[in-house]
Design a protein around this ligand. Structure first.
Ligand SMILES: O=C(O)CCC(=O)C(=O)O
Length: 255
C-alpha cells in the first residue's frame, strides 16, 4: 500500500473510530474458516443455536489462525494504526445467536486498544453486521453517549436500539474490520449461527499510563476468563521470531 493510502487509513480510523479493509484476507478466508470450524470440536464444544458459544484465546488454538499475526497485510494495517511493535493481548471466537446491544470494549486511559473482527459469512445491516457510532471513541463522543443510555433507547427515546442512528459495516468473508475499543458498537438481526472472531491488540506500552493499562488488561482478562497462561501452546510453539515481538510484553507483565 502506498504511504498516502496508509496516512489516509490512519486519519479515517482516528476520525471515525473504525476501518474496513475489503478483501484483505480473501485468498486466505477459506482456510481461515476451516480452522475456525475446527476449534469448537477440538475443545469439545458444539453450538446448538440457543445462545452464544464463545471461546477465549481463540486464535491461539490453531497454528493456522495464529499465523494471522504474521500476515503482511495485517501487520501493515495494524502497524500503521498502533505501531509495528504492537501487543497481541487476546482473542475470542464466536457462534453468535441473536443481537449484541450497544457497548464499548474498554476505556483505558491510554486509549491504545483496538480490535480486529472477521465475520465469516456475508452480513448486512439487518442480518447481523457490526454497527458503529462513528466518532464515539473521541473525547466528545465519550461525553455525549453513555453505553447504558443507548441500551435504554426504548425508555429514553422510544426507539429500539437497532433504530438508533449508526453506521452498518456490511461485510463479506475476507474483509477485515478494525475498531477502537472505545467505539460504540452493536449488531442486530443476525441468525442463530453468526460466525465471527476477533483479536485484541494494543500499542506497545512505553509510558507509565500504558504500562498500568497493560497490567490491568492482563489481570482483568486472566481473572475474567479463568486463564492460567496468556497464550495457547500453538501460539508460542508456532511463533517465528517476528511474531514474538507481539507476545513478549504481555508475557512479561502477566502474573
Ligand atoms: O457481532 C457482534 O455481535 C458484536 C461483536 C462485538 O461486540 C465485539 O466483538 O466486541
Amino acid at each position: 500500500m502506498t504511504n498516502s493510502s496508509l496516512v489516509q487509513q490512519r486519519a479515517f480510523f482516528e476520525s471515525f473510530g473504525f476501518l474496513k479493509l475489503p478483501g484483505l484476507l480473501k485468498n486466505e478466508v477459506e482456510g481461515i474458516t476451516s480452522e475456525f470450524e475446527a476449534v469448537f470440536p477440538q475443545l469439545g464444544l458444539k453450538h446448538d443455536g440457543t445462545k452464544r458459544t464463545m471461546i477465549v484465546s481463540f486464535v491461539d488454538q490453531r497454528p493456522g489462525l495464529c499465523a494471522l499475526l504474521d500476515h503482511p497485510g495485517i501487520l501493515e494495517s495494524v502497524g500503521n494504526l498502533i505501531g509495528p511493535d504492537f501487543n497481541y493481548v487476546s482473542s475470542d471466537g464466536n457462534y453468535y445467536t441473536g443481537e449484541t446491544g450497544w457497548h464499548r470494549d474498554s476505556l483505558y486511559q491510554s486509549n491504545s486498544y483496538i480490535k480486529i473482527a472477521l465475520y465469516l459469512d456475508p452480513v448486512t445491516r439487518d442480518t447481523g453486521c457490526l454497527r458503529v457510532i462513528p466518532g464515539s471513541h473521541r473525547d466528545a463522543g465519550l461525553a455525549m453517549w453513555r453505553d447504558e443510555d443507548l441500551r435504554a433507547a426504548e425508555g429514553n427515546w422510544g426507539v429500539h436500539q437497532r433504530d438508533l442512528p449508526a453506521y452498518p459495516i456490511e461485510s463479506q468473508p475476507g474483509d477485515v474490520l478494525l475498531f477502537n475499543h472505545r467505539t460504540l458498537h452493536a449488531s442486530f438481526g443476525g441468525g442463530t449461527r453468526r460466525r465471527m472472531f476477533t483479536m485484541n491488540l494494543g500499542r506497545r506500552a512505553k509510558t507509565s499510563i500504558e504500562i498500568d493499562d497493560l497490567i490491568s488488561y492482563c489481570d482483568w482478562h486472566m481473572y475474567n476468563h479463568g486463564l492460567r497462561q496468556p497464550y495457547g501452546a500453538a501460539m508460542l510453539e508456532s511463533a517465528p521470531p517476528a511474531r514474538k515481538v507481539h507476545l513478549s510484553q504481555p508475557l512479561e507483565f502477566w502474573n
